[in-house]
Write a protein that binds this ligand. Structure first.
Ligand code: NAD
Length: 285
């Protein structure tokens, strides 16, 4: 099955990266979000990202951003997904939001359309349970920034079929991505480890054991990490980090996942990291 038209739900940090990568690899994209303003912002971001990329890479065919933007239909109308052969969902990390989306797309999309959830922590089996097609639901945990990251953590839900896995692998290969297939669990492999690490790093800053810069420098200089945990948190978005650790806390009923009060306070204050211009570090917006 060769996928040509891909629906992308959610036009935030991840939806932008996924849509851009699909369009740059010759797919037709239908990008859905709930507000026209968000979609307009997504269009500008994709344009800027491609312009920026063209500065640094040889753009042999001389394609302008508009060439790729023409492949993306921006819409607030879910019925536009009636033509999608594959849907990649990247909406806010809240179960009730995702539940409503899957019920909606299950009713609108053709029976053989595959749904891939780009979630940080919500179990794929739980997502599949609200659809009539659990064998066609898979997890695709893209890394941020999507156009630059070569690997996607791919999650097999309880009912995910081998045929679905094969189609997903093929689509990812067309997007220039390799996949590492894992079984379902809240947070999968990456975020069961990463969210705890980030949360503990925030506790260290809260307890005044070290500053954010010092915590990050220890990881970079001692362990050779490219980024420290708090720089990573700013890149992901502190709001998404908090929602993800809350999913882990609620899923495992284990106090080791309780979110740090400083993390909660920063999110309440609107300090989301790169996307808001301020998190543990300040950014130019
Ligand atoms: P974000 O907050 O930047 O964007 C979420 C988008 O979803 C917003 O534009 C919002 O308007 C939209 N949305 C909310 N309700 C919707 C609905 N009913 N229909 C359509 N769109 C809706 O979040 P993000 O960082 O892009 O994360 C999206 C998903 O990807 C989350 O599940 C997150 O856990 C996961 N994820 C994030 C990262 C990361 O580094 N940020 C990495 C991997 C996976």
């Amino acid at each position: 099955m060769d996928i040509k038209t891909v629906g992308v739900v959610g036009a935030g940090v991840m939806g932008i990266g996924v849509s851009q990568t699909l369009a740059q690899n010759n797919h037709q994209v239908i990008l859905i979000d709930i507000s026209e303003n968000v979609l307009e912002h997504a269009k500008q971001e994709i344009k800027n990202n491609i312009r920026f990329q063209n500065f640094f890479t040889r753009n042999e065919k001389g394609y302008k951003p508009e060439h790729f933007l023409d492949k993306i239909k921006f819409s607030t109308n879910y019925h536009s997904l009636a033509d999608a052969e594959f849907v990649i969902e990247n909406a806010t990390e809240k179960w009730l939001i995702k539940k409503e989306i899957y019920e909606k797309i299950d009713a609108i999309c053709p029976e053989d359309t595959i749904f891939a959830a780009n979630t940080s922590a919500i179990p794929i089996t739980r997502i599949a349970s609200v659809t009539q097609r659990p064998a066609q639901v898979i997890g695709m945990h893209f890394m941020n920034p999507v156009p630059l990251k070569p690997v996607v953590e791919t999650i097999r839900g309880y009912h995910t079929s081998e045929a679905t896995i094969e189609v997903a692998k093929k689509l990812l290969a067309q997007m220039g991505k390799e996949c590492i297939l894992v079984n379902d669990s809240p947070g999968f492999v990456s975020n069961r480890v990463l969210m705890l690490t980030i949360n503990e790093a925030v506790f260290l800053v809260q307890d005044q054991v070290a500053t954010a810069e010092e915590v990050d420098r220890i990881f970079k200089t001692c362990f050779g990490h490219k980024m420290g945990p708090l720089e990573t948190a700013d890149l992901i978005g502190l709001d998404t980090i908090l929602l993800s650790i809350e999913v882990l806390y609620e899923s495992f009923n284990d106090s080791k996942y309780r979110p740090s009060p400083l993390l909660k306070k920063m999110v309440d204050a609107g300090l989301y990291g790169r996307k808001s211009g301020q998190g543990f570090y300040a950014y130019k917006t």
